[in-house]
Write a protein that binds this ligand. Structure first.
Ligand SMILES: C[S@@+](CC[C@H](N)C(=O)[O-])C[C@H]1O[C@@H](n2cnc3c(N)ncnc32)[C@H](O)[C@@H]1O
Length: 249
């Protein structure tokens, strides 16, 4: 695996530029700084250890208590993100199988569901939790996916991009495996007070909507619509970044 010095990362450099004008500078200052302090390899190893260890064992419980499990299900069940017509679905950084659980319940009969995570331990936990043999679970890193170009017509990616210093490192691979015209549901921790707390708990960074949209558009991923869990979330601009993305046809 290639080692990069922290100073050569594109992401934090971009952030330094945008942080000046961001009203959320204070929240960014509160964030976990590990990814800025160590090499990319060391950071990845530490994140891997967080999820493979005791904190990862609590991930499903944390998703239940924070209501993310319930709200994620609502997005899919109410077709705010519509799975209708999707034939081959890939879930990115599946964790304890939270998103896969909804995919199995609401995708068209006959759709295939594949999930991957770089923590093999998390996938074991997901399999145990789901009690279902249908999804294919693969141990893989988001920045080097073992799937052919255009293999999937639908992707779900919940709270994984924030574990990369530069979103483009992951989004370029997601764009590659998504077929032209394919759709993606992307959930990302935002640079808010709640985001800063999440960043500290899970050793990740946060994004602003603008910088994430810019990364997507550079890679031919169109920011189709911003989604909200409920009207209340829309009204208070709460719940983090939740967006439907489409790969140019
Ligand atoms: C916060 S959990 C998200 C779980 C689930 N997707 C959800 O929506 O709640 C983040 C997951 O991403 C995985 N992860 C982090 N960086 C990754 C990478 N570079 N490649 C693959 N998986 C990664 C972690 O192991 C962890 O299981």
């Amino acid at each position: 695996m290639q080692t990069q010095s922290p100073s050569s990362w594109q992401g934090p450099a971009d952030r330094r530029g945008s942080a000046k004008s961001s009203p959320n500078t204070l929240f960014r200052w509160m964030e976990n700084k590990l990814m800025h302090r160590v090499s990319l390899d060391e950071y990845r190893k530490q994140v891997h250890d967080v999820y493979s260890g005791p904190r990862g064992a609590l991930l499903a419980t944390a998703s239940t208590l924070s209501l993310h499990l319930l709200l994620g299900e609502r997005l899919i069940k109410q077709r705010i993100f519509d799975l209708k017509g999707a034939r081959n679905i890939l879930d990115v950084g599946s964790g304890a199988g939270q998103m896969i659980q909804h995919l199995l319940k609401y995708a068209d009969p006959g759709a295939t569901v594949t999930g991957f995570d770089f923590s093999h331990k998390m996938l074991e936990r997901a399999r145990q939790r789901l009690r279902d043999d249908r999804p294919r679970l693969v141990t893989a890193d988001m920045t080097r996916l073992p799937f052919a170009d255009g293999s999937f017509d639908c992707l779900t990616c919940g709270y994984v991009l924030e574990h990369l210093p530069d979103a483009r490192q992951g989004l370029s691979e997601l764009s590659r495996v998504l077929s032209p015209g394919g759709r993606m549901l992307l959930l990302v921790t935002e640079d808010t007070f709640a985001g800063a707390i999440t960043s500290r708990l899970w050793c990740c960074r946060t994004y602003s909507r603008k910088e994430l949209q810019r990364c997507c558009e550079e890679l031919g991923l169109t920011w189709k619509s911003e989604l909200w869990f409920t009207d209340m979330h829309r009204r208070f601009k709460a719940g983090g970044i939740c967006v439907e993305i489409e790969r140019a046809a």
